[in-house]
Design a binder for this molecule. Structure first.
Ligand code: SAM
Length: 246
């Protein structure tokens, strides 16, 4: 049976991790040799480098689905050197996480709770929509409807980025099994994730595998090779970049 077809386990209540999300994650990630922020900063850099340009004279409008405590927004601001030219919206089902995100008072970023399926914005609102390690927490039955909502709210010419854990990587499997907030995780392989995007009305433009080596011993010497391995489906994570199919 495909993992996506398994019955959904009870959803993780991310409210209980809102205050100490990063600390819990840091402990979980110890075997990788990297802190949690390393991975989040990497995604922020990728978004800054690979996002499509906004309409002339308009700011880049970015929607972060499953924004959690707003860490990605803080790291995007750091990577861009400020909030000039960007407007970010974060949505999440966890009220405590959203409260935590709001408490940062980040310039150019707003956060709100939503129902997990219906995106509370008008059609054609965003240049970029991102899921950062969120889809494996979304019950399989609502993944496609949620992505169809993304299709509705993404501008023509906009880009959707789906960052996910790669179930083909053994360290990923270990870290997910031992993570206190991954009890509800149903991982998606990159192929089914791409099919899901296509069914929801997207064209997949690129697939990249990332995070091949732990930050330890001899593996550290291999890390400069990572960029050349992007097509090898063994990285601990991957991301898909997609555009509206029409
Ligand atoms: C592992 S956390 C990642 C948080 C954030 N993206 C980050 O990278 O720091 C997963 C987040 O997904 C949220 N989530 C779960 N189901 C969701 C849904 N249907 N829509 C949006 N967010 C959801 C959780 O509340 C949680 O904040």
């Amino acid at each position: 049976m495909e993992p996506e077809n398994k019955p959904s386990p009870p959803p993780t209540d991310f409210d209980q991790f809102a205050r100490n999300y990063r600390d819990v994650h840091d402990v979980n990630l110890k075997p990788s040799g990297f802190p949690s922020d390393y991975f989040a900063a990497q995604k922020a850099r990728i978004l800054v480098e690979e996002s499509p340009a906004p309409d002339a004279g308009s700011p880049l409008r970015l929607l972060d689905v499953g924004c959690g405590t707003g860490r990605l927004e803080a790291l995007i601001l750091a990577a861009r050197g400020g909030s000039a030219g960007i407007q970010m919206e974060g949505i999440d089902v966890s009220a405590q996480s959203v409260e935590e995100a709001q408490s940062q008072q980040l310039p150019g970023a707003a956060f709100r709770v939503y129902d997990g399926q219906h995106i509370p914005f008008d059609a054609d609102s965003f240049d970029v929509i991102v899921f950062c390690c969120v889809m494996h927490h979304v019950p399989p039955a609502i993944r496609e409807p949620l992505l169809k909502e993304c299709r509705r709210t993404l501008k023509p010419g906009g880009g959707l980025f789906l960052f996910e854990h790669n179930p083909l990587n053994p360290l990923t499997q270990y870290l997910v099994k031992s993570c206190p907030f991954d009890g509800d995780a149903i991982l998606l392989r990159s192929g089914p994730a791409a099919d899901l995007l296509r069914r929801a009305g997207f064209r997949v433009l690129a697939k990249s595998f990332i995070n091949f080596f732990p930050n330890r011993g001899v593996f550290q010497k291999l890390m400069p090779l990572e960029n050349r391995l992007r097509r090898l489906p063994l990285g601990a994570q991957y991301y898909l970049r997609a555009a509206r199919a029409d």
